[in-house]
Write a new protein. Structure first.
Ligand code: SAM
Length: 254
């Protein structure tokens, strides 16, 4: 996978992308991440990237020209992405914005299917509307709150996508068992010591009975989802028996 990030603050990515799973995925050649400084795509002497909003109001707005220039340069110089029948690049251009569609596990899995994409990090009051209308192919929000810039949002999106790439994680099973991957929250996890301050690990996990452990985990997963995120149950893929179990658990919870 090839990810291009357009930002005014390239250094912000240095730490997060040089540690842990993302670093390993880069080292293994599973993902290439190119950080492009939006300022490099300005044409004026002072490398101006923003200006005050038409109509007045506080703050500054990112100008359209450097963003259009940057995306054009990536498409012509870097991109390995194909073209549509109309001869247009099929490279997805994603804008990080609190006004976008909410990023969730499903979106992470969907975006991880792309071989290549561009992420645009806004700043200040955001980007000129013409960028949204004529450059961007999708808009992504990581939650209903306002960040100072799109950089942290881009890191969240990249991390969640890269975890999906085959070979990125140590164990292939981990992705499927994580909260949200199965449509449910994950079951409780325990490690040594068996007894900590008098709090014991559940007996079943020590039993060595794999079927019983799997059953307990699934039940815990369902119970935890009912208590914390009942909204997830509507979309979760459950067997008829699990649906019956959920109904019973819901009655117990009342
Ligand atoms: C201070 S915000 C601008 C918000 C803008 N005035 C609005 O109300 O939509 C600056 C930049 O941070 C990024 N940003 C802020 N919150 C975000 C969120 N929840 N998800 C994704 N990006 C976000 C966007 O790139 C945005 O352009």
């Amino acid at each position: 996978m090839y990810i291009h990030i357009l930002t005014l603050f390239p250094n912000m990515f240095t730490g997060p992308f040089s540690e842990s799973i993302i670093k390993r995925a880069i080292d293994r050649g599973l993902v290439e991440i190119a950080i492009h400084n939006i300022r490099d795509y300005t044409a004026d002497r002072h490398h101006v990237v923003d200006d005050s909003p038409y109509g007045g109001g506080p703050g500054m707005v990112l100008k359209p020209e450097p963003l259009f220039e940057a995306v054009a340069a990536i498409k012509s110089e870097w991109s390995k992405c194909g073209e549509s029948e109309k001869g247009e690049s099929e490279l997805p251009v994603l804008l990080l914005t609190p006004q976008g569609r909410l990023f969730d596990q499903r979106a992470a899995e969907e975006l991880a299917e792309y071989d290549e994409l561009i992420l645009i990090c806004g700043h200040y009051e955001g980007v000129d509307e013409r960028v949204r209308e004529h450059l961007v192919t999708d808009e992504i929000s990581i939650g209903d709150y306002i960040l100072s810039g799109g950089e942290l949002a881009a890191m969240v999106v990249v991390d969640a996508m890269v975890r999906q790439l085959p070979g990125a994680l140590g164990s292939g099973e981990s992705v499927g068992e994580d909260s949200h991957s199965s449509g449910l929250l994950e079951y409780p996890q325990y490690t040594r010591p068996q007894s900590f301050r008098g709090w014991e690990v559940p007996e079943v996990l020590l039993s060595g009975n794999h079927a019983a452990i799997a059953r307990w985990r699934r039940e815990q997963s369902l119970r935890r989802t009912i208590r914390r995120r009942p909204d997830l149950l509507e979309r979760a893929a459950l067997s008829d028996e699990e649906r019956r179990l959920v109904a019973q658990m819901e009655r117990e919870e009342d």
